[in-house]
Design a protein around this ligand. Structure first.
Ligand SMILES: Cc1ncc(COP(=O)(O)O)c(C=O)c1O
Length: 381
């Protein structure tokens, strides 16, 4: 029997996990107010950067005594400037449950050569935070973008910890509630939940993180783009928009436009709700189909942004080739772009469900998943 293609297609087939789809209705004209060709240190440039910082604070509910800085090299730059600047003062615990967390383990163990306590969970699971000693510095990724597994909350992190918590929140910030009192360093980039551009990172520092920066000097050299202190004092300018080096004012404008949109959908609550509704639509679909399942083993840890799925049908002969063929078919049909699982992750699909995605598009995509699945099962035979 010929497999019938669904009648409707998503209006927007962009389900990439980064850069993620831009805000609904985006057009380049929206960036017309960017101060192009002007110095980022001129009043107009500084004002834009300051506005980006303060609007970030407002939407994310970052406490007034936390510093927010815009830094080079996207989320990776923000994480690495934290690792290189802060670690080494006390014992370190590295927690990883997918590729990016594993990358930070490599940084700390192989590059910084620290004798870290490394806790790893397989794809689909999460490190049990009850086993972590928070009197050590603890590094973790809030939402594992490549496994679709996230921390459900920060309850296991003690308020009276002696160590610092360093959290890569790049695919969580703006779509998930982050408990600022439990996070000493939080990083993210613009290219994820708000559909911004790559290249710029954000670092959020608690007062305890600042205290560490001002009281501890690492044994290793720090390149200029990692340096947050001068003469033992925090460079406060970084946290009011005097960036370490030149940012793209076009990307800053784009971020400001996205922040405005974020406010228009109800701020953080609206953003969290949009991602949750998108993920729920996918979860409901999977619950009703015997051939597909969430990669996250525990529903409490299932990501609401990077939803990772695995095929579970016994008829599938080569899991990796099958998943690739499904993703290719979806792309060819123009119904889902960039939804293959991450290169290091188990075979399957990864559908970005973050806040800029419209639920109607997710709903329109789901019948196509079934169509592509059935077509590939038939193609195997
Ligand atoms: C969890 C996580 N950390 C870090 C990164 C790297 O981000 P960037 O490319 O913005 O540096 C990504 C990108 O997908 C990510 O998902």
């Amino acid at each position: 029997m010929a497999i019938q293609a669904p009648a409707a297609r998503p209006a927007n087939p962009r389900f990439s996990s980064g850069p993620c789809t831009k805000i609904p209705g985006f057009s380049l004209d929206m960036l017309a107010d960017a101060p192009l060709g002007r110095s980022h240190r001129a009043a107009v440039g500084k004002a834009k950067l300051k506005e980006a910082i303060e609007t970030t604070r407002e939407i994310l509910g970052v406490p007034a005594d936390y510093r927010i800085g815009i830094v080079p090299a996207s989320d990776t730059g923000a994480v690495e400037m934290a690792l290189w600047s802060l670690l080494g003062a006390r014992k370190v615990t590295m927690c990883a449950w997918e590729s990016f967390g594993a990358g930070w383990v490599t940084d700390v163990v192989k590059q910084l050569k620290l004798d870290a306590d490394v806790k790893k969970a397989e794809y689909g699971d999460i490190v049990d935070f009850a086993t972590v000693d928070f009197n050590t510095d603890v590094v973790f990724t809030w939402n594992g973008t490549t496994s679709g597994v996230r921390l459900p909350n920060g309850d296991a992190i003690p308020a009276d910890r002696e160590g610092l918590t360093i959290c890569d929140a790049t695919s969580a910030a703006f779509a998930m509630d982050l408990p600022w009192d439990k996070l000493d360093v939080t990083t993210f980039s613009w290219q994820k939940v708000l559909g911004g551009e790559g290249g710029h990172g954000v670092i959020v520092l608690s007062p305890r993180a600042v205290e560490r920066l001002e009281s501890y000097t690492p044994a290793w050299p720090l390149p200029k783009i990692f340096r947050m202190t001068k003469g033992g004092k925090l460079i406060e300018g970084i946290f009011v928009g005097e960036t370490i080096n030149t940012p793209s004012m076009l990307c800053v404008e784009d971020y400001l436009v996205a922040l405005d949109w974020a406010k228009s959908v109800g701020g953080l609550k609206g953003l969290v709700g949009r991602a949750a509704a998108n993920a729920q639509a996918i979860w409901d679909f999977c619950a009703a189909k015997p051939w597909i399942a969430n990669l996250a083993n525990d529903a409490a840890t299932a990501s609401t942004t990077s939803v990772c799925l695995k095929f579970t049908d016994a008829r599938i002969k080569d899991g990796a080739a099958f998943a690739k063929a499904v993703a290719k078919r979806l792309e060819k049909e123009g119904v889902a772009l960039d939804v293959g699982a991450y290169r290091d992750a188990p075979a399957g699909l990864r559908i970005w469900a973050g806040s800029t995605v419209e639920t109607a598009d997710v709903e329109a995509l789901l019948p196509w998943l079934e169509y592509a699945f059935e077509a590939e099962i038939a193609a195997q035979a």
